[in-house]
Design a protein around this ligand. Structure first.
Ligand SMILES: [Zn+2]
Length: 197
């Protein structure tokens, strides 16, 4: 097999769930039948990898310094929902009628993996809370051991800033990652969130 083809197959394996066989099938498919869209894919992929960064306010993916959601004047500025990843932000946007702001941790507290408050941008979050606009902080970290520890830490951070922390209601299966929960369950858990004390 040509060096370039081997390289392409190897590169495709970086995608989640794609092993050697699938990667080969994708590479052959693009070369045999879909070169035009293959070229389009390479252009968009390159541009996205270069130009998509993180919003300076919420840390979600953004190609502008402040994302469209943070810049929107129609979002409620008194509620802030904290999630672990952009995937969960998207799930909440799609499943619920939530109209507040977000903060994306890009992880969860995990000292063994070197993920502490600084890596999760908690200084940025503290600055945000100190602005004084936010009244409720919805903690939507996953119900895993690390997610719960993170929630506990976040609740303290909120209280220190005079912000009321709330947590998604149970109904989201224990140990289930938010992104895999069906829309109805997520909408219900979101709607019946509870105060943390
Ligand atoms: Zn933002």
């Amino acid at each position: 097999m040509s060096k370039l083809l081997t390289d392409l197959i190897e590169a495709l394996r970086c995608l989640p769930g794609v092993g050697g066989k699938s990667a080969q099938r994708m590479a052959f498919h693009l070369l045999e039948r879909d070169r035009e869209r293959g070229l389009r894919l390479s252009q968009v992929l390159g541009q996205a990898m270069r130009d998509i960064g993180n919003c300076s306010r919420c840390r979600n993916f953004s190609e502008t310094p402040v994302c469209t959601l943070c810049a929107s004047s129609s979002r409620d500025r008194q509620v802030l929902c904290v999630v672990e990843s952009p995937t969960e932000l998207a799930a909440i946007e799609q499943a619920t009628g939530y109209r507040g702001q977000y903060f994306v941790l890009l992880g969860r507290l995990s000292p063994l993996d070197g993920l502490g408050p600084q890596e999760l941008g908690l200084d940025l979050l503290a600055d945000r809370l100190a602005e004084g606009e936010i009244e409720e902080m919805i903690i939507a970290t996953n119900p895993t051991v690390e997610g719960e520890a993170t929630a506990h830490y976040l609740a303290q951070l909120a209280r220190a800033a005079g912000v009321r922390p709330t947590r998604l209601a149970h109904g989201v299966p224990l140990g289930g990652e938010l992104e895999y929960v069906d829309r109805g369950t997520l909408a219900h858990a979101f709607g019946s969130r509870q105060a943390l004390d």
